[in-house]
Design a binder for this molecule. Structure first.
Ligand code: F6P
Length: 556
């Protein structure tokens, strides 16, 4: 039985710093520290990271750097880059950075230089993109492809779906003079696929079946239904070959499904599902934006890789500082969630993308050696696009009894030509960060109401309701424009932060055993739902639920 490990004195030191800073408000930290902006705003790979509104001072940062030094953060990065099997429970490297290396680089994983193979697949993707864009890749009735349906889930869905939404204004125009219509189907709820098929033309639709394992129930069920739909419209012998491509690491299962492996784009087991956007899983991005767009996404991520790997000074390393801010807020100050607030409609899917990236990576309860963790690990990640959230849940962020750190993301250049909107949007972003940090005292609230002519007793009565505690920390991530390069850099920054957090907590960021039990039990429940007799043991509550559903499910 693994024993709990010794607590490092660095953690105790951080608790001392918290106690020292306890009585100091964020207002005081912001106004009384002349070096704050210079120290706590950092530029990395085109992004402006601003931690000035965190409840940290120079001494707190030093204590955090000491913790990171003791955890060996720089060595951990090097080991990942050297292709060591940092995914210890699956005995694999986790080297998604190799997917964004330039063609003339080299990178050895398990003794083999993987860069030539990575670029061979990229070139194959480019060839398909060109054929689709110039109309040479035709459907069963010889008409060009006009819409693409990506069928995948989790890492085989969230990344390309988020990037296509974010960069939609930059979608490429095909020879026909249109942009491709992109659809993403992930949920096994047939309503999702049916809605997409209803507005799709079988003659001009290309399906991408994206699954690292090619064994995922949801994806294969959707893919089979999509194939049946196609074959209800045609008996052309090449229908499946012309309308289905696969992205997977598992050629055998792709062939078994009936997709010619000549139409398969491969990747490798050293690419984790939630880190696979940069592999052939990014095919929808390449089709939508064109190959230059996809290559620029990779280049932006590579620029961030270089920043993170090459910046040895902890205070200059954006990913390390982001990780340390999370350590501070969650382990030292006790927050359990982080709220991600993109102030840009294009980035509305970033919170759900990060939910998988962070919560599947960091939601772990044991150390690498199997011993139980002695402090909280991955935070809950949630959020929504600003300004919508302001009119929904910000009330709790400002005045609720719980506080959660927030992360604002903003883009200086708008994606539209409507005058007036963008300054309003960005003013709201800045104002929210300011309001959360500074709050408003009861005396200030009362004085404001008195100045507005409210009688003093009424102002005093309302003051507690109209005051704000403040002291609520936030990070601001700003970029000049949203393009493939800056988006690639942003996503890669989060990836590195995740790995560094896993290093500080000594957990494995690259496995996801926690999703297995539900999958296993779903298989048994499905058999019970579809059988007239009880096949598997369940507790009485589960049996009652199964019986109730079985009596109502339509026969399939
Ligand atoms: O939810 C578990 C998971 O394995 C994710 O890690 C992965 O991204 C997703 O399922 C989809 O897996 P696949 O790409 O193999 O279909």
């Amino acid at each position: 039985m693994p024993q709990p490990r010794q607590a490092s004195s660095r953690w105790a030191q951080l608790a001392d710093v918290r106690d020292r800073l306890g009585p100091v408000s964020l207002r005081e930290l912001l106004s009384g520290d002349p070096d704050r902006v210079e120290r706590d705003v950092l530029h990395a790979a085109g992004l402006r990271l601003d931690w000035t509104r965190q409840r940290l001072d120079a001494g707190a940062w030093e204590a955090l750097y000491a913790l990171a030094g003791e955890a060996g953060w720089a060595d951990a990065l090097r080991r990942q880059w050297d292709g060591e099997h940092v995914n210890t429970t699956e005995d694999r490297a986790a080297h998604h950075m190799a997917l964004r290396l330039p063609r003339d680089a080299s990178c050895h994983i398990d003794g083999q230089d993987v860069v030539p193979e990575v670029h061979r697949v990229l070139d194959a993707i480019e060839a398909l993109v060109q054929r689709v864009h110039d109309g040479r890749h035709v459907g069963y009735s010889d008409r060009p492809i006009r819409s693409v349906v990506n069928i995948g889930i989790g890492g085989s869905d969230l990344g390309p779906r988020m990037v296509c939404a974010a960069l939609a204004p930059l979608a490429a125009t095909t020879a026909e003079g249109h942009t491709l219509r992109m659809h993403f189907v992930s949920n096994v709820d047939g309503a999702a696929l049916e809605a997409v098929l209803r507005e799709s033309d079988p003659e001009t639709t290309l399906f991408i079946v994206a699954s690292k394992t090619f064994g995922t129930q949801e994806t294969l069920t959707n893919a089979r239904s999509a194939r049946s739909w196609l074959l209800r419209h045609t008996d052309h012998p090449e229908a499946v070959a012309r309308h289905f491509v696969a992205v997977s690491t598992h050629a055998g299962r792709v062939a078994e499904f009936g997709i010619d492996i000549g139409n398969m784009f491969g990747f490798w087991d050293w690419v984790g599902g939630r880190y696979s956007l940069w592999s052939a899983i990014g095919l929808p991005v390449a089709l939508y934006l064109g190959m230059d767009g996809f290559r620029n996404l990779l280049a932006g991520a590579h620029a961030m890789d270089r920043h993170v790997l090459e910046t040895a000074a902890p205070d200059g390393n954006a990913a390390l500082r982001m990780a340390l801010v999370d350590i501070w807020n969650h382990n030292i100050l006790g927050a359990c969630a982080r709220v991600v607030l993109p102030y840009d409609e294009r980035l509305k899917l970033v919170p759900s993308y990060l939910q998988q990236a962070e919560m599947e990576s960091l939601g772990k309860g044991v150390h690498l050696d199997g011993s139980p963790v002695e402090r909280d690990t991955g935070a809950l990640v949630w959020g929504a696009v600003g300004t919508d959230g302001q009119h929904a849940f910000y009330q709790l962020l400002h005045q609720g009894t719980r506080w959660e750190p927030t992360e604002f993301i903003g883009v200086a250049e708008p994606a539209h030509g409507l005058p007036g909107h963008h300054p309003i949007l960005l003013a709201n972003l800045v104002a929210q960060a300011e309001a959360l940090a500074h709050g408003k005292t009861a005396a200030e609230a009362a004085a404001e109401m008195s100045a507005d002519g409210l009688p003093e007793p009424e102002a005093a009565r309302l003051a507690p309701h109209r005051s704000f505690p403040g002291d609520r920390p936030s990070t601001l991530i700003l970029m000049e424009r949203l393009d493939p390069h800056s988006l690639g850099a942003l996503i890669a920054l989060f990836e590195h932060k995740i790995y560094l957090l896993s290093t500080l907590w000594e957990i494995n960021a690259f496995d996801q055993w926690g999703v297995e039990l539900g999958k296993q039990l779903a298989g048994r429940v499905l058999e019970d739902l579809q059988s007239d007799t009880r096949l598997h043991p369940h507790d009485p509550a589960t049996l009652a639920t199964i019986d109730w559903l079985r009596a109502r499910l339509p026969a399939s």
